[in-house]
Write a protein that binds this ligand. Structure first.
Ligand code: ADP
Ligand code: MG
Length: 707
């Protein structure tokens, strides 16, 4: 058995108990697992901080101190008992606090002696205090040979860090490395020398050593570069293999005919001229549909760019060839809206019948729709998740449109596949632009179409940020707009953890608006997630028909609602929304020819990130620009789709936001490798299989409690 696959219990300092704890808490079972968990940061162990250097600005940074213990004391009783240790250096005073393991720790401390202390200080009542620091007598610390001046800090969980502190973890990895150092075959490099040279990569062994024990900043950077490269190459080998399999399969439905439904609609019913971008995308889709390959296409188009029309017209292509098509929307309201639009479009078209199925469908509507779908009489089906329920049996489904992809995971998409033996064409539409890097990983096996042009006559939306104190001014502005017979959205955030409070916000807001905007001059409707579907629908319809001037809502209207006469979007507590959500909400206005506005309301106190988000919103209407910024502000892990995508790409070291260039390099490399050897069967490529598998299906770790 190779060294890396050996159980970690054999590593010095681990043993059975710690081994099982490591496995349970962070999924580390073998020496290889251990070595492939990289530090997420490093501290400079050569640096000793002075107490006087510590203040609010250094809070939550790790520091190393050299201090004398000047006193021990205890407070509290029983479970509340804690040990307080007073410390000082030549520059100041501080205290160390222990809640657990007091008896064990007090035996090891001695007043008057000097210690090296390591931890994260906080400032409490003007005092520097460190809770549960690591501590060791100076002589002992000095005598230990350090492998490197930088000490890696490894992600841990609360339970794990109680049993194995940062220093103990470091020692364990150090011991593991001693075993590797003694075994020249322990690490074999999956990349040939030629490949390394071409890409400027250091050998794997050297990279792994330096990632744990950096010998210099430069070596650390080289190590990171190499390991990121491996990781992203593994990812790309997976994605590109899937893509080429799909392309080789040749089992796509073919729609050779452009028939009566499409032509009648195009020549007689099209309510406006298509934009150049819409025309181009319809052509792209049509080309896929006659290619014999299954289409798997992502359609990105900013809010209001007219994706629905593209969906509808491409669905007509399926109908003209005797097949069924369906469109799946993320919410009931949006499904109803698509149904209304498509029914209107389909009126008078030969052989087109539209039906709807949602969770809220009444028995009769549902029964009729199901029968029509099973017989093939219905050929355009609109719906929500209810569409992928097993009861819905299609006669000959050949085309599936998924609107607003971020609500649907890959797994749900896959479910649609299994409804047929022959996979239907898939069009995934999203208004949330996905940055290039992310698109390359998450959607690497999708073709991408972009609608990069808004219908003519749209004026850019003006966005302003107001503090809550300027509310009356904002109300005044709303009144002006309403006097021009325009309509207004006012949106409140809804965050699950504090639902009660959120609804209170909404109702308080509703009350104050009802006071300031009295009937009969002003008509107000409310719509939120807790309401019954019928009531929600009624409120939306009221607003749509122009019977309400103001719609007060939680973000239920976030996606897709189309009311061209609405010109103002007010977002309350805007600092609580993510950037892409803000942008989505803003897209609800500016759909007609009138100048539209988005007003972001917030409290005075804003975090740096919140402020950056609001400023970005005021500065640009460009969804792509915003999504790139979002990625930078939040990091890729947070972006929609990554968690719910069902893809097991848990990136260990690479960063989707900043490693674009490596991503591109590995993508090209992966394509070249697979072109030459699609199944990685050639001897020289066998090691790459391992590399790929390492990054596939990596055990998911619960990151919620990692400190
Ligand atoms: P989204 O891409 O956000 O789904 P929609 O499909 O809802 O956008 O379209 C937004 C609005 O623009 C709708 O009212 C639609 O009828 C209108 N629209 C779409 N295409 C055009 C066009 N080519 N010219 C004028 N208006 C259009
Ligand atoms: Mg839409």
């Amino acid at each position: 058995m190779s060294l890396l696959s050996r159980d970690i219990k054999y590593v010095g300092g681990v043993g059975e108990v710690r081994a099982r704890l490591l496995e349970r808490e962070v999924g580390v079972r073998t020496i290889g697992d251990l070595i492939y968990r990289f530090p997420y940061r490093y501290i400079d162990r050569t640096r000793i901080w002075a107490l006087s250097e510590i203040d609010e600005s250094t809070e939550s940074t790790y520091v190393q101190l050299r201090c004398r213990i000047t006193g021990l004391s205890y407070t509290g009783e029983g479970a509340k008992r804690r040990l307080i240790v007073e410390i000082s250096d030549t520059t100041g005073l501080g205290e160390l606090v222990w809640f657990h393991g007091i008896r064990w720790i007090e035996k090891r401390l001695e007043v008057g002696r000097d210690y090296i202390i390591f931890g994260r200080p906080s400032i409490f009542r003007n005092r520097i205090s460190i809770i549960h620091p690591e501590i060791e007598p100076v002589e002992q610390a000095m005598s230990r040979k350090q492998e490197s001046g930088f000490q890696g800090i490894y992600a841990s969980t609360e339970k794990l860090s109680q049993a194995i502190g940062t220093r103990a973890m470091y020692t364990i990895i150090h011991n593991a490395w001693q075993l590797i150092a003694a075994d020249s075959t322990a690490i074999s490099d999956p990349l040939t020398e030629d490949m390394r040279r071409r890409n400027g990569l250091i050998p794997l062994r050297e990279a792994l050593y330096n990632i744990h024990f950096p010998q210099s900043q430069e070596k650390l950077r080289a190590a990171q570069y190499r390991l990121k490269y491996d990781e992203l190459l593994g990812v790309q080998l997976t994605i590109q293999a899937r893509r080429s399999q799909r392309k080789a399969a040749n089992n796509g439905f073919v729609f050779p005919r452009v028939g009566d439904a499409f032509n009648t609609f195009y020549k007689q019913k099209l309510p406006f001229n298509l934009t150049g971008a819409q025309q181009r995308v319809i052509k792209e889709i049509r080309a896929d549909m006659i290619s014999g390959k299954q289409m798997n296409r992502l359609l990105q188009g900013d809010v209001g760019s007219g994706k629905t029309m593209v969906a509808f017209m491409s669905m007509l292509l399926a109908v003209d060839n005797g097949y069924q098509a369906c469109i799946m929307a993320p919410t009931e309201i949006l499904a109803r809206q698509h149904y209304a639009t498509m029914t209107r479009f389909a009126e008078g078209l030969p052989n087109v019948r539209v039906a709807i199925i949602t969770g809220a469908s009444r028995a009769k509507e549902r029964r009729e729709a199901l029968a029509g779908i099973a017989s093939g009489e219905v050929n355009i089906l609109v719906g929500t998740h209810a569409l992928i329920e097993d009861r819905v049996q299609f006669a000959n489904l050949a085309y599936v449109v998924i609107d607003e992809q971020h609500r649907f995971g890959v797994e749900q998409r896959a479910k649609l596949w299994t409804k047929n033996l022959q996979p239907p064409h898939i069009l995934v539409m999203t208004a949330t632009p996905i940055p290039r890097t992310l698109a390359m990983t998450l959607y690497g096996d999708l073709e991408v179409s972009v609608i990069d042009e808004l219908p003519p006559g749209r004026q850019p939306i003006r966005t302003y940020h107001y503090y809550d104190s300027a509310r009356l001014r904002m109300f005044g502005f709303l009144k002006q707009e309403i006097a021009k017979h325009r309509q207004v959205y006012i949106v409140y955030p809804l965050i699950k953890e504090s639902e009660k409070m959120d609804y209170k916000d909404l109702y308080d807001g509703f009350e104050s608006i009802s006071r300031d905007f009295p009937l009969p001059q002003y008509r107000t409707a409310v719509c939120h997630g807790k309401m019954r579907n019928e009531d929600k629908e009624a409120a939306m319809q009221q607003f749509k028909r122009g019977e309400a001037d103001i719609l007060i809502a939680t973000s239920v209207i976030e996606v897709g609602v189309d009311v061209p006469n609405a010109t103002v979007m007010v977002i309350e507590s805007a600092e609580r929304f993510g950037l892409s959500q803000l942008h989505q909400l803003r897209g609800r206005v500016g759909r007609g020819g009138e100048q539209s506005y988005c007003i972001l309301m917030s409290g005075e106190k804003l975090s740096k990130e919140s402020r950056a988000r609001l400023e970005a919103m005021c500065a640009t209407n460009d969804g792509f620009e915003l999504s790139e910024l979002d990625l930078k502000l939040r990091g890729a892990g947070d972006i929609h789709g990554t968690q719910q995508s069902g893809e097991a790409f848990e990136l260990n070291i690479a960063n989707l936001a900043s490693d674009t260039q490596i991503m591109q390099l590995t993508r090209d490399e992966a394509i070249a490798i697979l072109d030459d050897d699609p199944r990685l069967e050639k001897a020289k490529n066998i090691p790459l299989v391992q590399l790929r598998n390492r990054y596939q299906k990596r055990e998911k770790i619960d990151f919620s409690n990692i400190s």
